[in-house]
Design a protein around this ligand. Structure first.
Ligand SMILES: *Cc1c(COP(=O)(O)O)cnc(C)c1O
Length: 397
């Protein structure tokens, strides 16, 4: 009955029963006149999640990776210079994609576990007096290391040197779980997907597009077809898609937005912080360390945890799955074998987080880790017991 256990991987996340039902719809005609009644309010409501009033939101049948590609191909030309920091597997993959599109990629290599270095971005932007850098790319939440970067700080360094580059942000594992402010942070392209904070099946890229990014489509020459923003926006305005839309996911997304708004975005963020903080208390009690180097970098959606010297994190995640039917995230890239990840985002609560901590403790104990059963769980319990749950904060407000 391991399928009754929640997954503790940072995506795809647990799909709540309500969303599974919402996606269970019969085939219907996406060219029928009533499709527009679903699509347009949906796109408007997505803007509330991105916190944009001035931008558009587009959705493609794809995963988050397709969202990255749409950002690149719609707004850039081969040879264009982009500035990007690499500090984990996801920032690395986005860089790889930029290179494969023939962009001139200026990479700031950082130690994994650190965040996007605003000061270094600032230095390179200030030195770029003839404004060759067309785009600045940042991974908001590096899912491989459990690091959240400060996007407002990157925007501030761009503004400080009056640099006209556009700002592209990967918010795949942060949107709808941690605060994200597209307009306030001056984000031109915000890339997300259906299977993390939105708690849905994989299969949809969800991208916020600023007016400036849309204008850049006019002159950018990267080939694009399936991911063409202008064709999508024009079709959406008439109530449709340029091709067959993923109608089941669109129904799921409608329900997902309803769930998020019923809970309240601020309560959703507070719930994630609380779950994450309990997990962090447990990690500290185990005497283990997070990959994220300092508290201001701690992600509220995923924690990457180094295992002690002499242990292999892949053996731990395998054993947790084989013995207890629970999935945790493996170490990616440089972290392979050295760290495992606890995903704590989407349809989870603090009480569910306790079960994940209990399970991984059993797995660690089985493999001879120097921990006491219940120690991390107790630290999390103590934190949860003595602080107010997110829904209580909402009631008090
Ligand atoms: C999950 C994720 C992606 C996209 O991955 P897909 O598998 O293509 O959906 C991109 N960036 C980050 C930070 C992610 O966590």
């Amino acid at each position: 009955m391991s399928d009754q256990n929640p997954v503790f991987i940072p995506g795809p996340t647990n799909i709540p029963e309500r969303l599974r039902h919402a996606m269970n719809v019969p085939t219907f005609d996406h060219r029928a006149p009533d499709f527009v009644d679903i699509l347009q309010p949906l796109l408007e409501d997505l803007k509330k999640v991105f916190k944009t009033k001035t931008g558009h939101v587009v959705t493609f049948p794809s995963s988050g990776t397709g969202g990255w590609e749409s950002a690149i191909t719609n707004t850039l030309s081969p040879g264009d210079k982009v500035l990007v920091a690499r500090f984990g597997m996801f920032s690395h993959r986005w860089i790889d994609m930029c290179q494969r599109h023939g962009l001139d990629v200026d990479i700031i290599d950082c130690e994994w576990g650190s965040g996007a270095p605003a000061a270094l971005y600032g230095e390179r932007l200030a030195a770029d007096t003839d404004h060759r850098i067309k785009a600045v790319l940042v991974t908001h939440n590096e899912t491989a290391t459990g690091v959240r970067s400060d996007i407002a700080a990157i925007r501030a360094t761009m503004d400080a040197c009056n640099h006209p580059a556009m700002l592209y942000v990967d918010c795949v594992s942060s949107l709808a779980s941690m605060d994200f402010r597209m307009d306030e942070w001056g984000v031109d392209l915000a890339v997300s997907g259906s299977q993390k904070g939105f708690m849905l099946a994989t299969g949809m890229a969800i991208v916020g597009v600023s007016a400036k990014a849309l204008a850049a489509c006019e002159t950018a020459t990267c080939p694009r077809c399936f991911f063409d923003f202008r064709e999508m926006i024009a079709a959406n305005a008439k109530g449709g898609y340029p091709y067959t839309p993923p109608v089941q996911l669109i129904h799921g997304l409608r329900e997902s937005l309803d769930m998020l708004f019923e809970e309240g975005l601020d309560t959703v963020f507070a719930r994630h912080y609380r779950m994450a903080e309990g997990v962090r208390r447990a990690v500290s009690e185990w005497g283990m360390t997070l990959c994220a180097k300092s508290p201001e970098l701690y992600s509220d959606t995923v924690s990457a945890i180094y295992v002690p010297e002499g242990f292999n994190s892949d053996a731990l995640t395998d054993h947790a799955f084989d013995a207890y039917g629970v999935s945790f995230g493996v170490g990616l890239g440089e972290m392979a074998g050295k760290a495992f990840r606890i995903g704590h985002l989407g349809s989870l609560t603090d009480i569910m987080a306790l079960s994940g901590l209990a399970a991984i403790e059993m797995a660690m104990k089985d493999l001879g880790y120097p921990i006491t059963l219940g120690s991390g769980v107790a630290a999390a319990q103590e934190y949860y017991r003595t602080t107010k749950p997110a829904h209580a904060l909402k009631k008090a407000a």
